[in-house]
Design a protein around this ligand. Structure first.
Ligand code: 2HG
Ligand code: ZN
Length: 485
């Protein structure tokens, strides 16, 4: 695991003592507390999914109610005990694990659906509901959760809102800034601010919930979420294309928007490196196309009438072949095929992470520039002779992501982390993004990885505003410290 460089523990924060433990035991039951008697369990809360960051927390609190979260926060604020709120701990920027001995406040035990209104589609749940369970609940009620991620089996609704994750169907259902109707949040001083009963439209002043969407637990703990669920599509289909250059990927996107229009629900791309890693990783799963290409595109349609959608998709496939935009294409024949095509996309992050480690960037750029950052990085790695078969440290550079959202994920799969690779990548990547007026975090957040890097995307005055807000809500700075700002 990567050590935490260049930070020192803030000595203003109190070190946990027996009196603190006694207090937590007085308000929580035994199954709501984990401490150093359970070292293995502690480790899973301290270590991130990529195994890149590891904290040293000796205390994990897993309260079962908002009231208990409130008592915990008030106490921690009074005593200046630092706290890291944690959902499913699937984040990719070291945001959800402690850096030193911060208390981990896990939402895992707050896992109940609170309410569902099938007429408006309003779904309310505790923050700790696993996304898969939210999907299942809504599926059983003829709806879907408006967001899906490769980590759906582990990530939690509150964590997803807290990091403002984007996911695979953003193109259709849009941002959490639009889908979240209301939040229940415990502030650092223990006060509960709630507009969980909010209405679809409400223009009575500042929209305060927006502050907590994407705040990564730096100004409060999200304990409840109200969100608009969409009607469950009755028809789903997918096509997989092989394409030779990124210009053509863009042309295909324009064509898909125009010809598939209201049924288009995802437009994802992967480059050669991404698919090479995934082919190695998925071993026995037959690849859907006959040949290898420079780019692959997965297009999903979802709508209410299978015949109508399939007709549209078939016509689209035919016209792309006729116009010679694509080299090869394959349309799913049934649900199993559809799932398999998605497996090729959803497995890319795990495949890239299977060699030892990865350097990971998540960026927004104008569509015309989207792939250029990946090309520039690959060229640098090549020029330095760092990429190739062992013993070279870099296995492959993998660029993939969400064309529809102008979001590329760049994963540099490595055999080991080295300073040489890191120095080649950073600050180059960030400077490149800044020069193109892009964003250094499209949907994964800031966390520990991108601390102190907001200025590549945000202006001084914006950062000052953020700092003012942070200081106002969290004057002691106890919420998820050493990250973000
Ligand atoms: C995805 O789009 C997720 O698959 C994860 O945002 C991307 O691991 C990544 O870099
Ligand atoms: Zn993504």
């Amino acid at each position: 695991a990567e050590a935490y460089p260049k930070v020192k523990r803030n000595s203003d924060f109190k070190v946990l003592d027996p009196a603190d433990l006694a207090y937590f035991h007085s308000i929580l039951s035994n199954d709501e507390i984990l401490n150093s008697q359970a070292p293995e369990e502690l480790a899973s809360f301290n270590q991130d999914w990529m195994k890149k960051y590891r904290g040293q927390s000796n205390l994990i609190l897993l309260p079962k109610s908002t009231d208990k979260v409130s008592k915990i926060m008030k106490y921690c604020n009074d005593k200046k005990l630092a706290v890291v709120p944690q959902g499913g701990n699937t984040d990719l920027v070291g945001a959800s694990v402690p850096v030193f001995d911060e208390i981990v406040l896990s939402l895992r035990n707050m896992n109940k659906v609170r309410d569902f209104d099938p007429v408006s589609g309003t779904f309310k749940c505790d923050a700790g509901v696993i996304m898969r369970d939210a999907h299942q609940f809504l599926h059983d009620h003829d709806h879907i959760f408006p967001l899906d991620l490769p980590s759906r089996n582990n990530c939690q609704v509150g964590g997803v809102v807290s990091t403002n994750a984007g996911g695979l169907n953003f193109l259709r259902y849009g941002s959490l800034h639009g889908n979240v109707l209301g939040l229940e949040v415990v502030l650092p001083n223990g006060e509960v601010i709630s507009n969980i009963d909010a209405l679809r439209k409400d223009n009575t002043g500042y929209d305060l919930k927006q502050l907590f969407i994407g705040a990564e637990g730096t100004i409060g703990v999200i304990t409840g979420v109200s969100i608009v669920a969409a009607a469950k599509p009755k028809a789903l289909n997918a096509v997989f294309f092989g394409i030779e250059d990124f210009d053509t990927v863009q042309k295909l996107f324009v064509k898909a928007k125009s010809e598939l229009s209201e049924v288009l629900s995802a437009f994802e791309f992967m480059d050669r490196g991404s698919i090479e890693c995934t082919i190695e990783y998925l071993k026995d799963l037959p690849f859907p196309l006959e040949n290898q290409h420079n780019f692959y595109v997965l297009i999903e349609t979802s709508g209410s009438n299978k015949r109508h959608d399939d007709e549209k998709l078939t016509a689209f496939l035919k016209s792309t072949i006729d116009s010679k935009l694509i080299s090869e294409g394959m349309m799913a024949k049934d649900k199993a095929d559809y799932d398999r095509l998605w497996t090729w996309r959803k497995s890319v992050p795990t495949a890239c992470n299977s060699y030892g480690g990865m350097y990971k960037y998540d960026m927004s750029l104008k569509l015309k520039d989207l792939y250029s950052v990946s090309a520039a990085v690959t060229e640098r790695l090549n020029a330095a002779g760092l990429i190739g078969d062992a013993p070279k440290p870099v296995v492959k550079s993998c660029g993939y992501g969400h064309v529809g959202d102008g979001n590329i994920h760049l994963n540099i799969a490595v055999r080991e982390f080295t300073k040489q690779i890191e120095n080649l990548l950073e600050p180059f990547v960030y400077e490149y993004i800044a020069s193109k007026k892009g964003s250094i975090s499209a949907e994964h957040g800031i966390g520990f990885h991108k601390r102190g890097k907001l200025h590549y995307t945000r202006s001084d005055i914006e950062i000052r505003f953020m700092k003012d807000i942070k200081r106002h809500y969290d004057p002691n700075g106890i919420m998820n410290p050493y990250k973000y700002i």
